[in-house]
Design a protein around this ligand. Structure first.
Ligand SMILES: C[S@@+](CC[C@H](N)C(=O)[O-])C[C@H]1O[C@@H](n2cnc3c(N)ncnc32)[C@H](O)[C@@H]1O
Length: 208
């Protein structure tokens, strides 16, 4: 979904390089232990690089081939960080992780792909492992803006860009049905202020 949009976006090399507030929040949760982390949809790698510099082992996955090649070359000096080009909605099962980290990526994929990703996350986490999600939900200020996508409830093309806005209660229920317990779940402002805007986002920390 939106492959070309993201390829072009990261080719410009002017995306934010500072780690997100969510990465700081998750790093605080992990501060007592070195963790095996997989990031789904790493973009320019900023949060994965931050986690690796904190001593965690990180697999960072994105669909953008050119950006991943750039990141592999640029950060080959960091041993505990691996970048890989892949579709995070269609991953094979792997050695289990302590953390599956997904920031601003589940709203980039269809409902079917989201469900497949959540199921993969559950299977590929160790017991007590954390699924960390930040995503646009239906309280987000641009929900329903732009052109509705046919046959895809809650999905819109706005600013040349696909977004599907998750329902907070349904996401929490789906995670619980999969077997997760929720350490934290909220849909609020102040999670990700950016460029003078303070929009409302979903943040969930789900434990296997
Ligand atoms: C809004 S960006 C977020 C990047 C990063 N997580 C951050 O917070 O800076 C969404 C990223 O998800 C990636 N993405 C979307 N769908 C994907 C998929 N099915 N497989 C792999 N990457 C995907 C895009 O290429 C893009 O880099």
């Amino acid at each position: 979904m939106d492959f070309n949009y993201w390829e072009q976006y990261y080719l410009k090399q002017n995306a934010e390089l500072m780690p997100s507030l969510f990465a700081h929040y998750v790093a605080d949760l992990l501060k007592d232990k070195q963790s095996e982390i997989v990031e789904l949809g790493c973009g320019n790698g900023r949060d994965s690089i931050f986690f690796a510099k904190q001593g965690h082992s990180v697999d960072a996955i994105d669909q953008c081939y050119n950006e991943i090649v750039f990141l592999i070359n640029q950060y080959q000096y960091i041993d505990n960080l691996d970048f890989r080009c892949d579709d995070f909605t269609d991953l094979v099962d792997d050695e289990p992780y302590d953390v599956v980290y997904s920031r601003f990526t589940l709203h980039s994929v269809s409902k079917e792909q989201e469900t497949r990703t959540l199921e993969w996350a559950y299977r590929n986490l160790k017991k007590d492992g954390l699924l960390c999600i930040e995503v646009r939900g239906q309280k987000n200020e641009i929900y329903k803006m732009g052109e509705a996508v046919e046959n895809e409830p809650d999905a819109y093309i706005y600013d040349n860009h696909y977004r599907r806005f998750l329902n907070f209660d349904n996401l929490c229920e789906e995670l619980k049905k999969l077997g997760f317990s929720l350490d934290f779940a909220a849909e609020e402002k102040d999670f990700a202020p950016f460029n003078g805007q303070n929009e409302t986002y979903i943040r969930v920390i789900a434990r296997k």
